[in-house]
Design a protein around this ligand. Sequence first.
Ligand SMILES: C[S@@+](CC[C@H](N)C(=O)[O-])C[C@H]1O[C@@H](n2cnc3c(N)ncnc32)[C@H](O)[C@@H]1O
Length: 281
Amino acid sequence: MGYRLGDGEKNAVGSDGGFPLAVLTPTPRAHPTPVASRRTLPIEGREGYTPTAMPHPPLRSYGRIKARALKPRQEKLVETLLPSLALDLSKPLDPKALFPDAREIVLEIGFGGGEHLAAQAAAHPERGCMGVEPFLNGVGSCLRHIEEAGVSNVRLHMGDARDVIAALPDAQGDFGVDRVDILFPDPWPKARHHKRRLVQADFVASLARVVKPGGEVRFATDWANYAAWTLEIFTRDARFAWLAESAADWRSPWPEHVTTRYEEKKLGDCAPVWLRFSRGG
Ligand SMILES: C[S@@+](CC[C@H](N)C(=O)[O-])C[C@H]1O[C@@H](n2cnc3c(N)ncnc32)[C@H](O)[C@@H]1O
């Protein structure tokens, strides 16, 4: 059976600034049916809570692409190291050719300063790690982390992750992306900006195309509305199942999580919410 919150937990949820889930109904655990199926969230009815398919091409989901001038070391790394790591999107991407020895392929979308990406690559040399970030200063910082960590299993794209996903082949059988990390994406909290959020139905469909059966998408946010929005959109897509069996699953980071810069800033309106979605076979 899936997970249902007990009365005590219902009262606790939200009161500690956590994810305000109220009603979870039990469902059979057969994959890919979501292990926990949500009927209503107290957040529904709030202004602008209307995750729907976007009737227009994707809007820009990020803010600035450059801030202050790069530090000399980072500027040099952008000139010298970035070209050798950059993904070539002028033709379809071939993950096997990019990472011939990799046993897993992980894509981090919006890596910010790159501390998580570089740490994951260092901890898992058996993985091929692709990172995407349009913010030049973030890319400069990431290159510094990559150099300091001495890792060679990272490839980067300075730009929009949706372009990288579009260049990836269809997942088939054992071939495809093993994991996608989306950590503290731009929340776009105002209702009129929700259309700029990265997570939209079309975006989730594009992930379903490239993530291999049994693969996973990990999403974290400290904005309650974005957590509910994301849960709604992923659970509407039958190809993904929400991997939650107890409240601890969305309240605690997954093992080996590396704290990110935005996570540390605590700019959101709730404690971080950690959502894992499995791609059905
Ligand atoms: C709030 S920051 C979080 C950065 C980092 N993940 C962290 O937790 O510190 C969100 C990042 O996502 C990036 N971003 C937004 N839309 C993106 C897109 N379509 N493709 C790739 N990155 C994107 C932004 O440039 C920004 O650096």
